[in-house]
Design a protein around this ligand. Structure first.
Ligand code: AMP
Length: 211
């Protein structure tokens, strides 16, 4: 397994980029945020207990998250290229991946953006209730207001994209991020990317990096 982790604040575009890369069929993409939201929708115990942290913009405890991702990775073919988006978010999560040879992280890519841009992106984000396609009230408006271009589903604002929760999520991110960057940088596995560029341009850069 060749694991690349995407690091970056909520709203930095790492999920959008990872989804597009996975559409090529060359990568398997895991978003822990999407996995938790799925578990909430299905009313699974892990989702119900995680939701009390998610709704406040706090991190779900490491033990829960490490188990969730380990259970997913154990099913992956050993020859696959894997993109992790939203995991790891803490040093214990990073060391858990590195502690097993088969899940040791090969490279980390950091999506760097100013906080002002992140707040604008997150608070204006709208997500399709059915397929999860992201839109934005200013930057990526759908053809018909409130309706997904892809599947016709209803567009909603994620509860944790409201300004009070966004501020908490960014504060939590800032508290962990420097440590994560140092962790991967000291092992020469880190690449920093300017996340404040057009989606297509970043996608090209990522394809070159991941070749
Ligand atoms: P995201 O969609 O990646 O922004 O994740 C949404 C929320 O899920 C986060 O604000 C956290 O509450 C929770 N979450 C997702 N991934 C993790 C993780 N690796 N560690 C702890 N909490 C997580």
């Amino acid at each position: 397994m060749r694991i690349t982790v995407f690091l970056g604040a909520p709203g930095s575009g790492k999920g959008t980029q990872a989804k597009r890369l996975a559409e090529t069929g060359q990568f398997q993409h895991f978003s822990t945020g999407d996995m938790l939201r799925g578990a909430i929708t299905r009313k699974e115990p892990v989702g119900i207990s995680a939701n009390q942290f998610i709704s406040k913009g706090e991190l779900v405890p490491d033990g829960v998250m490490i188990e969730l991702i380990s259970e997913a990775l154990v099913k992956v073919n050993s020859k696959s290229q894997v993109l992790l988006d939203g995991f790891p978010r803490t040093i214990p999560q990073s060391t858990a991946l590195d502690s097993k040879p088969e899940t040791r992280v090969k490279s980390a890519i950091f999506f760097d953006l100013p906080e002002k841009v992140l707040i604008e992106r997150l608070t204006g984000r709208r997500i399709c209730k059915n397929c999860g396609e992201p839109f934005h009230v200013v930057f990526v408006s759908p053809k018909k207001e409130g309706v997904c271009d892809k599947c016709g589903g209803e567009l909603l604002q994620r509860a944790d994209d409201q300004i009070s929760v966004v501020k908490k999520r960014l504060e939590v991110f800032t508290g962990q991020n420097e440590k994560l960057l140092n962790y991967y940088d000291s092992a020469k596995r880190l690449t920093r990317l300017d996340g404040n560029q057009a989606v297509d341009r970043i996608q090209d850069q990522l394809r070159r990096l991941l070749q």
